[in-house]
Ligand binder design. Structure first.
Ligand code: DX5
Ligand code: ZN
Length: 220
């Protein structure tokens, strides 16, 4: 497998009255990344955080890799604020109409890694021409907008297709899954080529956070 498996706990499932405590708990458990979901009430029917949240987490001393997932109708307008707020990776969806190539280049020019995201209804072919321009591909395994939804196993063939293209073309992007991920279906995603695992509900409700992190990292 190209990349070792890693866990990105999703802050959405943390304690919104104590976000820094949730972020620190994930970091203390050994999670190398923190996934931060940004929703605008337009692209998805929910609202979450503005750039002040990651900025405040940085000020509070959170040092993990910030994996920022923009679920926005106009993500190109918010790249710079999130880069300045401490993002390490910024992922943008393929579905809205904007200049995707320019937005990806903008993210990299600001010193961040860049990712492209596909919704469950969007085929892998929609991003095939952009795979050489990204550091990460995120395959949504739920319709985005809310945590706590059921994992869609019918997304596994999409992972396999993207993994095959990555190998055939000698590309290095990470392959991430997000939505309903738990320790059981993470194994299926790993077998299909995924290396980066977002987990919200299943992670924060588990009694032993460090064991969860280790079990993801131990997947071969
Ligand atoms: C869904 C978000 C996810 C969410 C995952 O729209 O993109 O990152 O936090 O949460 P769980 O793991 O609960 O499905
Ligand atoms: Zn997400």
């Amino acid at each position: 497998m190209l990349h070792p498996a890693l866990l990105a706990p999703s802050l959405l499932a943390g304690d919104h009255a104590h976000l820094a405590a949730s972020a620190q708990a994930a970091a203390a458990a050994g999670a190398p990344w923190l996934h931060i979901d940004i929703m605008d009430g337009h692209f998805v029917p929910n609202l979450t955080f503005g750039p002040e949240v990651p900025a405040a987490l940085r000020r509070a001393g959170v040092k993990t890799f910030f994996d920022v997932h923009l679920m926005l109708a106009e993500p190109q307008k918010y790249i710079e604020p999130f880069a300045k707020a401490g993002a390490n990776n910024i992922s943008i969806h393929i579905e809205p109409a904007y200049d995707h190539v320019a937005a990806l280049a903008h993210i990299r020019n600001l010193g961040c890694q860049c990712g492209l995201v596909v919704n469950p209804g969007t085929p892998a072919a929609a991003i095939e021409h952009l795979l050489d321009k990204v550091d990460l591909v995120l395959v949504m395994t739920v319709q985005p907008g809310f945590g706590g939804q059921a994992f869609r196993a019918d997304m596994l063939p999409k992972l396999k297709q993207l993994s095959a293209w990555r190998q055939q073309r000698g590309l290095l992007f990470r392959l991430e899954v997000d939505g309903g991920v738990d320790l059981a279906n993470a194994k299926d995603c790993r077998a299909a080529g995924a290396d980066t695992f977002v987990a919200g509900t299943s992670f924060f409700k588990t009694p032993d956070l460090a064991a969860y992190v280790q079990q993801i990292a131990a997947m071969r």
